[in-house]
Write a protein that binds this ligand. Structure first.
Ligand code: NDP
Length: 299
């Protein structure tokens, strides 16, 4: 059987960009400037450079201003922290992101903790993580947020389903699991109320766990690790992985075999990855709208 629906990210990313453009224009007419994102790139990691370029281009398409601070690999933690402090205090900056990974000499945690939580459009600050854990999310990390949007757009209801998330990183796995288990959806009309299992590299007999999933989200960074025998018939499979194998991008799911057994599946590339940047735009716009509302109510 090859009846699996392919869940493409591009149309949803485009619709999100259009919506952000429309709201950014309204905001600009009101406050006299476009929402602004400050991105910080330290070092010359080629993948990070591409990601940052993509984010800049997306901002431009959606009518947001972006400014990338490109710093050399040898930048000290102190200098990076002082740049963040300056951006925190700049009332014309709505969102701040630090592209990861950082050079080893810099402590990632210290840097992310220094970002003003009201400008933390990646949703990595402990205050925003805490709000999400308490079921009152403000900024949600962009990749899991994109997955929520993908599920909502395809009217996939996960209430009462068993969701298995493979991976427990702070960026994808953990927030994904929290979001799926929320009592109230983090986005209106979005998925919530799943029964969630988190699997990781110390989970024994992973196939037995993944075969229980109605919804399987895989964010492990292991090329094609999920094969058809690990997936229940009729499951929905979301592949977050981006791995380069022999110069080709592949996911964590063996797409060709798993599409035979799943009800719906995301491709790599063209699935979740497309949505991550779109959600960054949305978070930046929300930050700008909240800032504008706070300023006008203070006057
Ligand atoms: P991390 O390396 O931070 O986390 C990987 C997680 O997977 C860890 O929790 C690890 O377990 C678990 N894991 C690794 N190997 C196995 C295994 N064999 N069996 C079960 N669990 C395993 O990665 P990220 O969460 O940052 O990213 C995951 C993938 O998603 C990567 O391919 C990355 O490139 C991609 N990605 C894609 C994005 C997009 O926009 N589409 C955005 C962000 C990431 P443990 O904790 O025990 O080590």
């Amino acid at each position: 059987m090859t009846g699996s629906t392919i869940l493409y990210g591009k149309p949803i990313a485009e619709a999100t960009e259009n919506e952000v453009r429309r709201r950014a224009e309204l905001l600009r007419n009101r406050i006299g400037r476009a929402p602004r994102l400050a991105a910080i790139l330290v070092g010359d990691d080629p993948a990070s450079r591409v990601y940052v370029r993509n984010k800049e281009a997306a901002c431009q398409r959606a009518g947001l201003e972006s400014h990338v601070h490109r710093l050399p690999t040898a930048t000290s933690e102190e200098d990076l922290l002082s740049l963040i402090e300056q951006l925190n205090g700049d009332s014309n900056v709505d969102g701040i992101l630090v592209q990861l990974p950082l050079p080893e000499s810099i402590d990632e945690r210290t840097v992310l903790d220094a970002i003003d939580p009201t400008k933390d459009v990646d949703g990595f600050h402990p205050l925003n993580v805490g709000l999400l854990a308490q079921g009152r999310p403000r900024f949600v990390p962009c990749t899991p947020l994109g997955i929520l949007e993908l599920l909502r757009s395809h009217q996939i209801d996960v209430a009462g389903c068993h969701a298995v998330v493979v991976g427990r990183s702070d960026i994808v796995g953990k927030p994904m699991a929290l979001l799926l288990a929320q009592r109230r959806p983090a986005i209106e009309g979005g998925p919530a109320n799943a029964t969630v299992t988190i699997a990781h590299s110390r989970t024994p007999d992973l196939p037995t766990v993944t075969r229980q999933a109605d919804l399987l989200v895989v964010a492990a960074g292991q090329p094609r690790m999920i094969t058809a025998d690990m997936v229940r018939h009729g499951a929905i499979v979301i592949d977050v992985g981006i791995n380069r194998v022999d110069g080709k991008l592949v996911g964590d799911v063996d797409f060709e075999s798993v599409r035979e057994v799943s009800r719906a599946i995301t491709p790599v590339p063209g699935g979740v990855g497309k949505l991550t940047v779109a959600m960054l735009l949305r978070n930046t716009l929300s930050a700008a709208e909240a800032r504008a509302a706070a300023t006008s109510s203070a006057v």
